[in-house]
Design a protein around this ligand. Structure first.
Ligand code: ZN
Length: 174
């Protein structure tokens, strides 16, 4: 089975604001499964639909899946929204769509999130630390925001230059 490709910066589709999901169709269920397959394969702890080129408000998160073969308990969340934020923390983040960089980002230390699950039920999740960071990071993707948009302009510019050089090299070698 072929996995869906993860879009990489500076793909313009990563800058799009995604639209809410109005109905949970077979297409949406299949998309969620594709996202889980990609997330566990990479591996990553979260993925947002725009990262596989689908501009809809759907994320998958599993911050407890730390080793291959461990039990999988993913959140599949439709139209997720943060309704409460508390505290601040700084976390070192990376992203499957932003290769070769990790950087410190300031986030809320804990959040309350509301969403709909794949069965169509409303869910409310209280999250803190890594899980809270992951939810904030993935919801950012739905608004076309990457974690490098939240670091200093200097660090971001250095990364963009490095990434452009790398892409040019790949193009020349192809
Ligand atoms: Zn990401």
């Amino acid at each position: 089975m072929a996995l869906r490709e993860v879009l990489k910066f500076p793909d313009k589709r990563l800058k799009e604001v995604s639209t809410p999901i109005v109905e949970i169709t077979d297409e949406i269920r299949a998309m969620a499964q594709d996202m889980l397959d990609v997330m566990y394969d990479e591996p990553g702890i979260g993925l947002a639909a725009p990262q596989i080129g689908e501009a809809v408000r759907l994320i998958v998160v599993d911050t407890e899946w730390t080793e291959e073969g461990a039990e999988r308990n993913p959140w599949v969340l439709i139209n997720p929204e943060i309704v409460e934020r508390n505290g601040k923390l700084v976390w070192t983040e990376g992203c499957l769509s932003v290769p070769d960089i990790e950087a410190e980002v300031e986030r809320s230390e804990s959040v309350v999130l509301r969403a709909t699950n794949l069965e169509g039920d409303a869910v409310e999740i209280e999250a803190s630390q890594l899980q809270a960071v992951c939810f904030q990071h993935e919801i950012d993707h739905l608004d076309g925001v990457l974690f490098i948009d939240r670091i200093s302009r200097l660090k971001r510019n250095l990364y963009v230059q490095r990434r452009k050089k790398q892409l040019r090299r790949e193009l020349e070698e192809a």
